[in-house]
Design a protein around this ligand. Sequence first.
Ligand code: 5AD
Length: 443
Amino acid sequence: MLMLDGMTFHLETYGCQMNVHDSMVIEGVLRRRGLRSADGLGDAQVIILNTCSIREKAEEKVFGRLGELASLKERGNLTVLGVSGCMAQRTAERVLERAPAVDFVTGTETFPTIPRLLERILAGERPIVDVSTGHPLPEPAERSLDVNGFRAFVSIMRGCDKRCAFCVVPTTRGPERSRKPDEVVAEVRALAAAGVIEVTLLGQTVNSYRDGATGFAELLRAVDAVEGIERIRFTTNHPNDMTEQVLDAVASCPKVCEHLHLPAQSGSTRVLAAMGRGYTREKYLRVIESSRAWMPHVSLTTDIIVGFPGETEEEFRDTLSLVEEVRYDGAYTFKYSPREGTPAASLPDSVPVPVMKERLARLNERVRALSDEVNRGLVGSEQGVMIEALDVDGPWAVRGRTRTNKTLLLERAPGPVGSVHRVRVSRTRGLTLYGVPVPEPVV
Ligand code: 5AD
């Protein structure tokens, strides 16, 4: 029987940051069992795609990729092809039907058992499906860090109890489960000891975190107290859970970055109700107002869906006017994609694709123009910038990130990757800031 020890793997990740996190855990699990990264695709004996189901396009991309990998399997080195994550959880059978080259399918809770699945496959069993649920939360025993090792994702809760009519996440990731605060803090401490200085706390609705008396606000304060950590980010949020307590914690914890990702989805109260979002346009705007009252320079980003069933031109204009009113720093915008099994999938009055496309284009134009304006307003300001890369193409070879999560380019590195510096913004182009280090005071 072939041994796992010494086998080479290649992992591809689709979708959200939670998937990126899960891939790092998968990578950690594989390395612990003696597998190592392949030099290139052609060299890999095990290939795993960690997949996304949020929109149909995400799934089609994976099927396309599986087609390519099937022919690679016929030709060469590749022994095991696996699919994990949301798409696997949602449609394991269909994955096997459409991609018979796939040897195993594992869901969003079962990936810690991948080495065991690999052993069974090497012993001749295939295909294997394990998308069982109800397991203890899969948490990192030994994870891989990002390439530079100074940042890490920490999953603090999984699943979602919101019932947004368009969304597949409750099916793919199950009900909401929060981890114990002590465990989270212990993980952050361990990461800090390993040299990590920035953590991003992850959850499908991270700000609804709760374990007994500990809500998200208390957890933020506990993580803020961990020595060695310099920056704390968190995503994604539900506007209804963005309470005064949470805003107070974000504003008063020095390490917690002043950036809120607050998905609005629509600016029309009628559409929001049909989406089952649980707030009106006015309530959403009050959350924004409150956020700015706590943090006048907070950076605000959002997610927006255009073309939800029944969305009229006037209702779409409500979304445009919401964007104008908030003046977001940035927005992720999507065409509505019907997902099988979600309440919205059976709604009448679907918006024709050309209309959706045209609305998306109009929205994107406004979003871009506004972010541009917001960024131009930052010229002359001083920002704390963490250096992320030193070899960007061109004369602006150094890439950093502001606390507000904006990319800032510099000509010369004021310090190594992972160090933080004061930088004055000198100009902007599109979404990118350019800057010059502020000389350190001589002491
Ligand atoms: N169609 C289009 N966009 C969707 N999103 C979630 N479900 C759908 C869907 N069915 C978007 C939402 C969410 C983001 C992660 O993806 O805007 O906030």
